[in-house]
Design a protein around this ligand. Structure first.
Ligand code: PMP
Length: 438
């Protein structure tokens, strides 16, 4: 028997309305409220795999603080390290023993990391990676792929989303889509947009542009849409092409880093980029980002400025996080949980005649409705995936005490999720399928 009750969230509604009187849009990041939500859940706390809203409702959470909470909310090991560091100062603005340890550790666990540098967010770290690639090559253009998000800076926030396939323009020469008012259009002049997972087209463009091309930036798994997996051989092909034309290959591992393997997707797929960017899960919930890469590029003479770079609390949190990831059987455990979720969803889909594609890579689960196998690129995703049904699923799940990310629907597992959480989640999914099948 399925026992799931709709939750009362009047407290969230009221708090959101009040906050909006003072805070623009009522949220601190536009991701904190889905476009189709009347009001977002307002949270009081999080512990382990659960979060609690201001009405006292408990939710099984798969949003994971938008990625960082790989060890769950308020992880003990990180808490201890943070408290100890608070006593010694949160912001020392100096080289410390811990900073040296963290830098050394990253060079040991990340395949491309001969040297590292630090920033506070993925946005900044990708900006720094762009600059490094340009400084090193003396060229200025960068290839970026449709539907991939690298941050909110002018040059990064181009063609990250589209209302429909038409908007994306011609496949051979996609449009550059701006998403934000106030964005400087000229910043897009040096950004070339291409569809992902298409080596042939990429080769043509790289060949044409090689004289001006500094870098290709890609997420190794396209997590911010879909998510979408690389075709077999795609990343290796990308590596060969960029090496051949002496173009810097940047992996944006902001989501995949520490999640699909300790050394990121580059370790998982065995393809080593020239530069890689990490953030989110690197520090168990504290703001820290790292750029890792080949020594000659990292030392191209681009200073990494930033008051809060390698903030002492974030460094302590990162060392503690990596300590847990290294010493415990984290990745096999996450794989086992992902397997349970995937198998359960597939079975439910079949039982209720709801076509769906579900897969897990490390602690990232992929769930798309309307199709039975994955898609290859963002165009395919916009055309084939039933995004409206996904959003309906997310909305209903929230009413039944399970929190998923809207639309761009990667589902984050943590080490704190249990078999009972997965089983409860599947009960909720079953309830939703039963209500919505026609
Ligand atoms: N790259 C990717 C792949 C991301 O998913 C994000 C954030 N969602 C960023 C970069 C930007 O990171 P941040 O939000 O820390 O600036």
């Amino acid at each position: 028997a399925i026992t799931v009750e709709k939750l009362n969230t009047e407290g969230s509604k009221a708090l959101f309305a009040k906050t909006k009187m003072y805070l623009v849009e009522g949220v601190a990041s536009s991701f904190h409220k889905a476009a189709d939500e009347e009001y977002p859940l307002c949270l009081e706390r999080g512990k382990g795999s659960k979060v609690y809203d201001v009405d006292g409702n408990e939710y099984i959470d798969y949003i994971g603080g938008f990625g960082p909470m790989l060890l769950g909310y308020s992880p003990e090991a990180v808490n201890r390290a943070v408290v100890a560091q608070i006593e010694r100062g949160s912001q020392l603005s100096a080289t410390t023993v811990s900073l040296c340890q963290l830098a050394k550790k990253l060079t040991e666990i990340i395949p491309c990391a001969e040297r590292v540098s630090f920033q506070n967010s993925g946005t900044e770290a990708n900006m720094h990676a762009f600059r490094l690639a340009r400084a090193y090559t003396g060229k200025k253009k960068i290839i970026k792929f449709e539907g991939q998000y690298h941050g909110w800076a002018d040059e990064e926030k181009i063609s990250i989303d589209a209302a429909n396939v038409k908007e994306l323009g011609e496949r051979q020469a996609p449009a550059r889509l701006f998403t934000t008012r106030g964005q400087r259009r000229e910043t897009a002049d040096d950004i070339i947009i291409l569809p992902w997972n298409d080596l042939e087209l990429l080769e043509q463009v790289i060949e044409q542009e090689a004289g001006e091309l500094a870098a290709v930036i890609t997420e190794p798994i396209m997590c911010d849409s879909g998510p979408i997996l690389p075709k077999p051989g795609y990343l290796a092909g990308l590596r060969d092409l960029t090496s051949h034309y002496q173009v810097v290959l940047i992996f944006d591992e902001v989501i995949t880093g520490f999640r699909v393997a300790l050394g990121g997707a580059q370790q998982y797929y065995g393809v080593t980029p020239d530069l890689a960017v990490f953030a989110k899960a690197i520090a168990g919930g504290y703001p820290l980002a790292a750029i890792a890469g080949k020594r000659e590029i990292m030392e191209a003479g681009v200073p990494a400025a930033g008051t809060f770079n390698a903030n002492a609390i974030a460094v302590a949190a990162s060392l503690a996080t990596i300590g847990v990831l290294e010493t415990e059987q984290v990745y096999p455990r996450l794989e086992q949980l992902g397997g349970l979720f995937v198998q359960g969803m597939r079975t439910l889909g079949e039982t209720y005649g709801i076509p769906l594609f579900c897969q897990a890579v490390g602690s990232i689960c992929i769930l798309m409705f309307g199709l039975k196998k994955g898609v290859d690129d963002f165009r395919h995703y916009l055309t084939a995936a039933d995004i409206a049904y996904y959003d309906l699923f997310v909305r209903k799940a929230r009413q039944y005490g399970v929190r998923f990310t809207a639309r761009r629907g990667r589902i984050y597992l943590s080490t704190e999720h249990s078999e009972a959480d997965i089983s409860r989640t599947l009960q909720v999914a079953e309830r939703i399928f039963a209500e919505t099948k026609n």
